[in-house]
Design a protein around this ligand. Structure first.
Ligand code: ZN
Length: 713
C-alpha cells in the first residue's frame, strides 16, 4: 500500500516552461500533445478529456528529451556553480516528464489497457536509463559537489541545506565519487545483480505455478466451498489434468485455504508445497541465485564504502543504521514469542476439544486459530456491513475526522474530467476557506486495475513551482449493483482511512522544493501518516458519526464495537512473529561482508532465525529466503522491517493524542504543522522528537496488539 513514487530526481517537479527546446520538426506534434504545456484546469489538474492513450508514450519521450536538454544546460553552464543555477535549476527541470509520468502511472495502475501496457513495457527501461543519465553525469555532479563542499559558507535556509544534502547523498550513493575504474566495476556488479534479480523473479513465478498442489480426489478437499472446488477442478483442466484438482500457491508461506481444509494430510501437503516451492533442485530452484546476489550486494556496498549492504541501503532511512533496526526487532521479540506461545496453547486446547489427537503444526494454525476467534469473539462480517456504507464512511467518517482534527472541509465537484466514471473529485478547503488542494478517489474494483490500494499525486505541491497538491486515492472495494448501497467490511473502512492518511501527507505538503515535498519520504516513515489515520476509524466520536445502519438509521451498538476491538488482538502473536522472522532473514542476509563465500541458503536461514531468536515454534517466516520477492527483486532489501517501524511511529504518536485530549483541533494542528506538512524538509528523527518530546518507543505498539513483555506487569 505504499504510494507510488517516481524514482526521478525531480519527482514532483512542475513548472511553466520558460525555455522550450528548439526542435522545429517536432513543433506541431509537441503542440498537439496535452502534456506539452501545464494544464489550464484548476490547480493544473490533468486534462483527461483531451488525453488519448496514445499521447503518453510521445509525452514521456519528449519529456525525457526536454529534461536532458535542461540537464546539459545546467551541467555545462559557464557560470560558477551556485545553489540557484544548479540545485534549484535541477528542481525546476523535467516539468513535462513529471506531468506525463504522474498521469501515466495513475492510469496504467488504475485503468489500464493494451496500449497503456505496451507503453509501460516500452518506456520503463528508457526511464531507468534516463535516471542513470542524470545521476552519472559527472559534470553535473562536479557542480553539485562544489556547492556541497562550500555549504557552510552559503548561509542557506534549513530546507535548502536539506535539499543540497539529499541531492549530494543521492549522487554519492549512486557511485558519483568513485574512480572511473571503480565506476566500471560498479556497473558490472549492478548489471549482474539486475540479471540475477530478473532470473530470480522469473524462477519464482514458474516455481509458484509448478508448486501448486495437485489433488486426486474431491474428498481430500473437504471444507472448501463448492465454488472453490469447482475452481480447483477448472484450474486442473486448464493444466491438462482433467479429473483432478489444483490449488495454486499464494506468495506467502501460509496459504489462505489452510483455514478451511478439513483433511490434515491435505493441509500438510499444501503447506509443504508452499515451503519447498523454490527448493526442489530443478530449473526453478532459486538458492544458487540468492547466494550470488547476496555476495554481489556485499561487494557493491564495500566498493561504495559501507561495511555491508544493509548499511548502504539504510543511509537515508529514519532508522539510519542496521544496529537501530536490529535493536528495534530484538526489542519486539520476547513479547511476540510470549503472545505466540499463548495463542499456540489456546489453539492446542481447541484441537483437543475437537477430539483430535495431534500436536499443533504450522499447517494447523490458521484453521484452529479461526475457531478460537469465532468461539471467543463471534464477529460476523455480515452483521457489520449494514453499518459501513461507503459514501457515509467517506463523508461522515474519513472527511469528518479530518475536519475535526485539521479544520479542512470538502465539496464534491463534477466539472473536472476523470479517466473513468467511477472517479470522484473533491475541492479541499483550508480552515480559512481558501482552496488547499484537489482530492480524487477511485474506490471500486475493476478488472483493469492493479490489486491493493494506494495514493499518489497528479500534481505535487511546491512553493518554488507555485503548485498546490492534486492527490488521489485508489482502492479495490466491491462495486454494488446499480442503485444498491456499497456496503463494505471493517477492513475496507480501515483501508479508506489508511489511504486518506497518505492523502493528508500530500494535501498538507507545504514545502518549497518539489523533491522534499509531501509523501516523498523514506520507506520506514511513509506509512506513518497512513497507519496513524487508521486509528480514527474506531475513535468513538468519529465511529458514531459514520457507522449508522443504512436501512434503520441506528448507530452501531457498543457491543459490536467491543467485539471488533477484542477480535483485533487475537492472532497478533502469529502475525507479528512471521513478520519479525522475515525481517530478520532480510537483515541477516544483508549484513554479510564482501568476502563471504557462497553460502548454503538453508543452513544460513536456520542459523539466522535461531541466532536472532525469531525461530518461533510453529510460526515460520512470512516469506522464506528462497521465495522472498521483496528483498531479492523488489527493491525492499534491508527494508522489510520498515512496515513495523512505521507501526511503532503511528501507535506512539496516537498515544500522544490519547495523553493530550484525543481528537481536538489543537492536537490536529500540532500534528499537521510538525509532521504532515513537513515532507522530507527535515530529518525524520528530529521531526518526531520535536512533535512528541522523545524518541519513538515500542510500548504503545505492544499494547495495541495485546502483547506484553514477559516478567513485567
Ligand atoms: Zn500505505
Amino acid at each position: 500500500m505504499l504510494p507510488f513514487r517516481t524514482l526521478c530526481l525531480t519527482s514532483a517537479a512542475l513548472v511553466t516552461l520558460c525555455v522550450m527546446p528548439v526542435s522545429l520538426g517536432a513543433a506541431t506534434a509537441v503542440d498537439a500533445n496535452p502534456f506539452a504545456a501545464p494544464s489550464t484546469l484548476p490547480l493544473q489538474a490533468p486534462p483527461f478529456d483531451r488525453i488519448k492513450d496514445t499521447d503518453y508514450g510521445p509525452a514521456l519521450e519528449e519529456g525525457m528529451q526536454r529534461q536532458i536538454v535542461e540537464i546539459d544546460a545546467i551541467a555545462n553552464n559557464k557560470a560558477k556553480p551556485t545553489f540557484e543555477n544548479t540545485i534549484v535549476a535541477l528542481e525546476k527541470s523535467g516539468a513535462m516528464l513529471t506531468r506525463a509520468q504522474l498521469a501515466f502511472f495513475a492510469v496504467v495502475q488504475a485503468n489500464t489497457n493494451d496500449t497503456l501496457d505496451k507503453t509501460q513495457t516500452d518506456e520503463a527501461p528508457k526511464l531507468a536509463a534516463h535516471n542513470d543519465a542524470i545521476f552519472l553525469n559527472s559534470r553535473l555532479f562536479g557542480r553539485v559537489k562544489a556547492i556541497y563542499d562550500a555549504r557552510d559558507k552559503l548561509k542557506l535556509d534549513p530546507e535548502s541545506l536539506q535539499l543540497l544534502k539529499v541531492d549530494y547523498d543521492g549522487f554519492v550513493h549512486a557511485g558519483a565519487l568513485l574512480s572511473e575504474a571503480d565506476k566500471a566495476k560498479l556497473r558490472e556488479l549492478n548489471k549482474e545483480d539486475a540479471t540475477l534479480e530478473t532470473a530470480f523473479q522469473q524462477r519464482l513465478i514458474a516455481a509458484a505455478k509448478a508448486g501448486a498442489l495437485v489433488v486426486d480426489n474431491k474428498a481430500e478437499l473437504a471444507g472448501l466451498t463448492d465454488d472453490e472446488i469447482k475452481a480447483a477442478a477448472h484450474t486442473a483442466e486448464e493444466r491438462g489434468l482433467k479429473g483432478k484438482y489444483v490449488l495454486p500457491l499464494q506468495n506467502t508461506t501460509q496459504q489462505p485455504k489452510l483455514s478451511s481444509l478439513e483433511n490434515r494430510a491435505t493441509r500438510e501437503k499444501l503447506f509443504n508445497s508452499s515451503w519447498t516451492r523454490t527448493e526442489k533442485g530443478d530449473a526453478n530452484d532459486t538458492r544458487e541465485l540468492i547466494s550470488r546476489i547476496a555476495q554481489l550486494r556485499a561487494q557493491k556496498a564495500q566498493l561504495l564504502g559501507y561495511p555491508n549492504h544493509a548499511a548502504y541501503a539504510l543511509y537515508d532511512q529514519m532508522a539510519k543504521t542496521p544496529e537501530a533496526v536490529e535493536n528495534f526487532i530484538s526489542q519486539l521479540v520476547p513479547a511476540t514469542a510470549n503472545k505466540a506461545a499463548d495463542e499456540a496453547r489456546q489453539i492446542q486446547a481447541m484441537i483437543d476439544a475437537k477430539g483430535k489427537h495431534f500436536d499443533l503444526k504450522p499447517w494447523d494454525w490458521q484453521r484452529y486459530s479461526d475457531m478460537v476467534r469465532k468461539a471467543n469473539y463471534d464477529l460476523d462480517d455480515n452483521e457489520l456491513r449494514p453499518y459501513f456504507e461507503l459514501n457515509k464512511v467517506l463523508i461522515d467518517g474519513v472527511f469528518y475526522a479530518a475536519t475535526q482534527l485539521y479544520g479542512i472541509t470538502f465539496r464534491e465537484r463534477h466539472d473536472l474530467p476523470v479517466y473513468h466514471p467511477d472517479v470522484r473529485v473533491f475541492d479541499v478547503f483550508d480552515k480559512d476557506g481558501s482552496q488547499l488542494a484537489l482530492f480524487y478517489c477511485d474506490y471500486f474494483k475493476r478488472d483493469n486495475k492493479a490489486g491493493g490500494a494506494w495514493m499518489s499525486n497528479f500534481v505535487g505541491q511546491s512553493k518554488l513551482l507555485g503548485t498546490k497538491p492534486v492527490v488521489y486515492n485508489v482502492a479495490n472495494l466491491p462495486k454494488p449493483a446499480p442503485g444498491q448501497p456499497a456496503l463494505i467490511s471493517f477492513d475496507d473502512v480501515t483501508t479508506m482511512f489508511h489511504e486518506f492518511g497518505h492523502g493528508l501527507h500530500g494535501l498538507f505538503a507545504n514545502g518549497h522544493y518539489p523533491s522534499l515535498s509531501g509523501a516523498n519520504t523514506a520507506r520506514d516513515f511513509v506509512e506513518f501518516p497512513s497507519q496513524f489515520n487508521e486509528h480514527w476509524a474506531l475513535y468513538p466520536d468519529v465511529l458514531k458519526h459514520y457507522a449508522v445502519n443504512y436501512k434503520t438509521g441506528a448507530t452501531i451498538p457498543d457491543a459490536l464495537v467491543e467485539k471488533i476491538k477484542k477480535s483485533q488482538t487475537w492472532g497478533q502473536g502469529y502475525s507479528l512473529g512471521e513478520l519479525l522472522a522475515a525481517s530478520q532473514l532480510d537483515m541477516q542476509w544483508h549484513l554479510l561482508k564482501a568476502d563471504t563465500p557462497k553460502l548454503d541458503v538453508d543452513a544460513f536461514e536456520t542459523k539466522a532465525l535461531a541466532d536472532t531468536h525469531t525461530d518461533f515454534a510453529n510460526v515460520p517466516p512470512r516469506y522464506r529466503t528462497s521465495y522472498f520477492l521483496h528483498i531479492w527483486a523488489n527493491g525492499y532489501s534491508a527494508g522489510y522491517y520498515a512496515y513495523q517501524w512505521s507501526v511503532m511511529l503511528d501507535d506512539d504518536a496516537y498515544s500522544w493524542f490519547e495523553h493530550n485530549g484525543g481528537l481536538t483541533r489543537a492536537n490536529g494542528q500540532r500534528f499537521r504543522d510538525m509532521i504532515l506538512s513537513k515532507g522530507h524538509s527535515e530529518d525524520y528523527g528530529p521531526m518526531f522528537r520535536a512533535f512528541y518530546g522523545k524518541d519513538p518507543d515500542i510500548g504503545p505498539m505492544l499494547e495495541h496488539r495485546g502483547l506484553t513483555i514477559p516478567n513485567k506487569s
